[in-house]
Design a binder for this molecule. Sequence first.
Ligand SMILES: [Zn+2]
Length: 270
Amino acid sequence: LYFVDLSTAIMEKDDEPQATRLFRLTPREGAYHVEKEVLFVGEQSGRRNKEQFTLNHNSFPDQEFLSYERVETSVHTGTHLDAPYHYGSTCEGKPARTIDEVPLDCCYGPAVALDVQGTYSGNLITVQDIQRAAERLPLEISEGTIVLLHTGCDRLFGTPEYYTAHPGVAVDALVWLIDRGIRTIGIDAFSFDRPFKKMVQDYLQDGNQSHLWPAHIFGRRREYFQLEGLANLDALPRPYGFVLSCFPIKVRGAGAGWVRAVAIFEDDQH
Ligand SMILES: [Zn+2]
């Protein structure tokens, strides 16, 4: 098997709409931290002064205990899957599925990457862009395929432009894919919709609600799952003939979950 990691790392960051905080203890810090915890247990059991019953940093081999991390961030940070509940409370007239309810078979299966780099105009990936890219594949996109839109915007990751220079996916492009039995669609950009500022500016110009998060809100009418924040699609040895694994972390009732997206090639033809 040959694996290509299509995910970004969760890390301490200030530039996203919500900052990510990572609280860490190294194994050495853990050894000192546990002293305080054990002192508290000792106090409760009346063994406060009995040195032999306390743990301290010398109690552990190499004076190291266990590392520990706590992450404070959004479920939309980094590579993640959006569930229909993120788009609205109902989907196709039924209560929208939350991330823990996304069918597992939508998170694992044959996948293709459509090269739309530089082809989108007017900030939108249109149905024509998708069709042209699909025609360049040596196979038909069959029902249930996971379709990844390769924009190249992951190159902006770590810069302010990552949030302001990506395209959105046009609703007619989504219709075309969903009509072909596609349920999971990915993108190597911050969002499926155009940058916040562009959508809001257009809305303020003419008051038309369709400028605001059209791709997300379309997910109320037709169920599909958005894989956002992919990376590294350049590293795929070919844009078809692989399996994508993108199971989201199971946060009960949440609208999204972090994903380790991995492309898996079963042969050696890379
Ligand atoms: Zn999201």
